[in-house]
Write a protein that binds this ligand. Sequence first.
Ligand SMILES: [Ca+2]
Length: 476
Amino acid sequence: MKFFPSPSLSAAIALALCPIAAVQAQDFRTGTVAERYTQLCANCHGANMEGGQAPSMLDDIWVYGGDDESLARSIRNGYPDKGMPVWSASLPEKEIRAMVIYIRETRAKYALSQTTFEAPAGPVTAKSKLHNFKLETWVDGVTEPWSLAFLPGNRALVTEKRGQLFLIENGRLAAKPIAGLPVVDNNGQAGLFDVVPHPDYARNGWLYLSYSDPQENDGRKVSLTRIIRGKLKDGALVEQQTIFQGPIQYYRNAGGVHFGGRIAFDRAGYLYFTIGERGDGTNAQDIARPTGKVHRLFDDGRIPDDNPFAKDPKADRTIWSYGHRNPQGLAVDPVSGQLFDAEHGPRGGDEINLVRPGRNYGWPVITYGMNYDGTAMTDITAKEGMEQPVTYYVPSIAICGINFYTGSLFPKWKNHLFAASLAAQELRRLEIKDGKLVTQEVLFKNLGRIRHVIGGPDGALYVLLPTRVARMTPAE
Ligand SMILES: [Ca+2]
């Protein structure tokens, strides 16, 4: 961190401005991180981190290092000879971690305030590192689209979170939704989620859907992510079968949060899907429960014998991996065959993970985030026996759908991972090699919350915005 880069500033002056003795006598274990910043840091670093007696934390000049560990060390140990107090005695480690997250958030907000983004009504043309591209509306008039699936014959299906499935034929949205869908809990974060065709759809016609299934338990309205499959016939979903339904005791309050809901098939034809921890992190660490997990089944719902907990009588045998918070992205690398998830973290700490069988992804024991209300959660970001993410986002971008690009319109993007984000309204491109992040870039942002991104059979990339599906094609 860069405290007092000018050695000419005397310690005596700094001490007078930042009364070390007074602040260190207090205990700062309660309150939000923003309140703590105002109490302890604003006097020297400025009300908005713009600097004052101590340097700005908004620019990119760091005398003592600007990475997370350097920031934490500077807060912990201070630079008493330069007037920066030692905070280790009065701030627990988790509060120091929360302050690092808060500095990251404030820097990101400031960077955004210094940038102007056009929000044009018509097509957008943009430059990026490997390809320039045009983004234009493909299908308009959808409400909170959650997923998109391409079918043979210039057809596609789009789910709306509110519980409707629409056919798109030759780029035209059908007037009426597909009939015969199950009743969906669409309150809060609940709704109709993914639609994915069977890898052999052309032969068998199976479509897989995930949704929040409403039930009653002890007179309470509850819901949980359920997986079904069915076939399209005469504008209706027929021959419906349940592929996965969790035990009623693990259903949680209807509406509510963290349903997961993404589906993916791997190259061998296994079906994977995600269920979020329903707002209770302890669920994610309990392998008896389906919540906070990635699951693996055969395409007809049978449980493979070689699932990691298939022989454990106390476990939910469908579990593939655990310790997940709210995974709304799931995709298989077309080159390595490896499975990746993207999950919403708390405030700061969204993750992309390489998902391996039986592994523990750490939530809520380890996280790079803090509580939404700005109180500290933990300083533990790594632990033996728990997996580290491929990459994480502080501040959170609210990462959502992910997909690898396998088309040919953008040859330099082939096999790269694309990630949608809701809060930051960004589309990201990531290069991942051997499970490690090589590089990533933001392709565009501020056209609205992005729920998902998927390549089409024409090689274009399709992006789900709040009321439309946009199509990305190469531009000069
Ligand atoms: Ca994790």
